[in-house]
Design a protein around this ligand. Structure first.
Ligand code: HEM
Length: 238
């Protein structure tokens, strides 16, 4: 029997009925709009920034590529179920999300209780915007905060599950990103495949230091100028 996908499950639950709040077709459509809206740009932007930072830091690229090629030596395909033990690549992804959180200002909040922060009174119902990027690049919490150093996450317990407030690329609290595992797996699988199957070069002898690092304006911090790279097939995988 064919496995059910998410749409099958939602339609089945709707048909079975018996829920206190029945699911409607409109609810199902809204869920898919949310998933596509929340899940596409965020993941693709993270992949592009990760590749950009690796191209700017050839030693990091070499280390991540060696890890992937060593782990999958002789494999023709890399499957999602094989993604274990790529600890350096995971540090590269964390460091990418630290410097380039795709939604740097998170989703706005409304204050439920009066509070005081740094001497400022925040009244009830005040709209608040949290700058996740400022948190994850704050020199008070991060050594050499503006440098791309995946090694800082090796042997470190800091993670992005929403309780280390200096690193919240997926937000925190009840509106935290529900797609965190899906997003991370997509990014990791894509990067592992790119590093495994291809060698990468910047075009026209471009110096790594000269890669454009400007961001677009808006809710999503994408790369203003897309990264252009030249891939060559890595023959040893077959
Ligand atoms: C690298 C990938 C991703 C990043 C960095 C990311 C980041 C975020 C952030 C920062 C928020 C706001 C959280 C807050 O304000 O506390 C958010 C919300 C959300 N994300 Fe993601 N996301 C990613 C992937 C995904 C994926 C793959 C999906 C779905 C398949 C998804 C679905 C959503 C949804 C539905 C919300 C709104 C949640 C709500 O308002 O209750 N995200 N995401």
């Amino acid at each position: 029997m064919q496995e059910e996908d998410l749409l099958d499950v939602l339609l089945r639950v709707k048909e079975e009925g018996g829920l206190e709040f029945p699911i409607t077709n409109n609810n199902i459509k809204a869920i898919f709009v949310d998933i596509f809206g929340g899940g596409t740009d965020t993941s693709s932007v993270t992949i592009e920034w990760a590749m950009t930072e690796m191209m700017r830091h050839p030693i990091v690229l070499e280390k991540a590529q060696s890890e992937v090629r060593e782990t999958f030596k002789g494999n023709k395909k890399i499957m999602e179920s094989d993604l274990q033990g790529l600890s350096y690549l995971q540090s590269v992804i964390k460091e990418t999300l630290r410097l380039h959180p795709p939604i740097p200002m998170l989703v706005p909040r409304v204050c439920r209780e009066h509070c005081k922060i740094n001497g400022y009174d925040i009244p009830v119902k005040m709209k608040l915007i949290i700058n996740a990027w400022a948190c994850s690049t704050d020199p008070e919490y991060w050594d050499d905060a503006e440098s791309f150093k995946p090694e800082r996450f090796e042997n470190s317990s800091v993670d992005f599950m929403g309780t280390n407030y200096h690193f919240i690329p997926f937000g925190s609290g009840r509106r935290m990103c529900p797609g965190i595992n899906f997003g991370l797996t997509t990014v990791e699988l894509f990067l592992a495949q790119m590093l495994y199957y291809f060698n990468w070069k910047l075009p026209d002898g471009l110096n790594p230091k000269d890669v454009d690092m400007m961001e677009t304006e808006g809710a999503i911090a994408a790369k203003r100028v897309h990264l252009h790279l030249i891939p060559t097939s890595y023959a040893s995988y077959n």
